[in-house]
Design a protein around this ligand. Structure first.
Ligand code: PMP
Length: 406
């Protein structure tokens, strides 16, 4: 039985006040709060089990290495990868996608080759491809969503041409909440021999992920949105793609041998994890994944669908709110603007006065803002600890905004 009240007790920050009001935290799409088990895992590691990993032969180094490496199996289970050898540790989705750009795409693509992407992408899934456009003459082929923010997989599939070498697509828009049918895209792409990279930064928080069932080649996720520490994350790379990648970050821990003349690299994922990693953060992510799997991703998804439906009905009842995106399959993320002179930043400031944390701005999705014909929106994004009461608080706060700015 899903008890949101019990879950809330696991998150100490949720009982604090902001500007004299009980905190209503609705900025989960930017970063989520941390449960006690994650905070405790980090504290315990620094207090009792900390040393550098993969290097020492002493007790603490072995202990830290075991704890750190154990998380690879947890990530494997969380996304149902075929093997731990397909999981590269990263500091988040941004690093994961950059890794694909530098280690895979730069090694495989040449001038005139195309990457298909959508206008709904976060800048993390745009700018690395612009680098390739600027530096290698790669062409970017853009696919727009429908007016309601839905993305018909056929739009992507028909954009595939003889020069298409990669499809880079979000699984869930961080602005509209649209869930994209990446399985349908991957099925058709595989028949045409085109790999698919999925930005799972938002989707992995809200739905159960099975990368094998999705049939995709790369999947990037972010630990800090999964209730884990910042600077934790992972990139799933299908085994056959791993052999097509060349290391791009050189340094300690990723070599087989180094001499003055030549260098050879460690095999597998190790070749992509140079330098001292985010040891404690990854251990904290392991605790977060345990926490999520104890609750059950399907239960979390059900709770969030309930919140989405409730918020959808409440917000759409207010005809002075312009809600962006109404895809049939969407998660609990709502972007909106207010009729009249109020800028989204104004809404956010007024709501903050009531202790309600939302995000306002372009959400690192400027091409989408252009498509929607706005410069910014206000965004409320829900997580596993949010309640219907908090939706009500948001609506009340927005009514105050309407009164102030009309
Ligand atoms: N993609 C999407 C869809 C996101 O929402 C975000 C974070 N807002 C990112 C990528 C980047 O994630 P990070 O900054 O954690 O690497």
């Amino acid at each position: 039985m899903y008890s949101v009240e019990k879950i809330r007790n696991d998150f100490p920050i949720l009982s604090r006040t902001v500007n004299g009001n009980k905190l209503v935290y609705l900025d989960n799409a930017a970063s989520a709060q941390k449960p006690l088990c994650v905070i405790e895992a980090v504290r315990h590691c620094y207090s009792h089990e900390y040393a550098n990993v993969h290097r020492g032969l002493h007790h603490l180094s072995n202990l830290a290495t075991d704890n750190y490496e154990r998380v690879r199996g947890k990530i494997r289970d969380f996304i149902n990868a075929g093997s731990e050898d397909e999981i590269i540790y990263t500091t988040g989705t941004t690093e994961g996608i950059n890794l694909v750009a530098y280690a895979w795409a730069m090694n495989r693509l040449e001038a005139g080759d195309e990457i298909v992407l959508t206008s709904m992408e976060h800048h993390a899934n745009i700018v690395p491809w612009h680098f390739l456009r600027e530096r290698m003459g790669i062409k970017l082929k853009w696919v727009d969503p429908e007016g309601d923010g839905d993305l018909d997989p056929d739009r992507i599939i028909t954009a595939i041409g003889p020069k298409t070498r990669l499809i880079a697509v979000t699984h869930m828009s961080n602005v509209l909440g649209t869930l994209v049918d990446v399985k349908a895209i991957a099925q058709e792409a595989a028949q045409r021999g085109v790999p698919v990279l999925v930005d799972g930064s938002q989707s992995s928080v809200h739905t159960r992920i099975d990368v094998q069932e999705l049939g995709i080649d790369f999947f990037a996720l972010t630990g800090h949105k999964l209730y884990g520490p910042s600077a934790s994350g992972a990139l799933y790379v299908k085994r056959e793609r791993l052999t097509e990648m060349r290391p791009f970050k050189g340094g300690g821990d990723m070599i087989r041998d180094v001499s003055k003349e030549v260098v050879s690299y460690a095999g597998g994922t190790q070749g992509f994890e140079a330098g001292t990693p985010a040891i404690v953060q990854m251990i904290g992510l392991g605790a977060a994944l345990d926490y999520l799997s104890n609750i059950g991703m399907d239960n979390i998804a059900r709770h969030e669908v309930d919140l989405r439906n409730y918020a959808d009905q409440k917000l759409r009842d207010r005809n002075w709110l312009n809600i962006q995106g109404n895809a049939p399959n969407k998660g609990a993320i709502f972007s909106f603007t207010l009729d009249g002179p109020a800028h989204p930043h104004d809404l956010s400031t007024v709501l903050d006065g009531k202790g309600i944390a939302v995000r306002a701005g372009h959400h690192c999705a400027q091409p989408l803002m252009k498509f929607l014909g706005v410069t910014a929106t206000c965004r409320a994004s829900f997580g596993l600890y949010n309640t219907r009461k908090e939706v009500d608080a948001l609506v009340e706060g927005l009514e105050l905004c309407r009164d102030l700015f009309s």
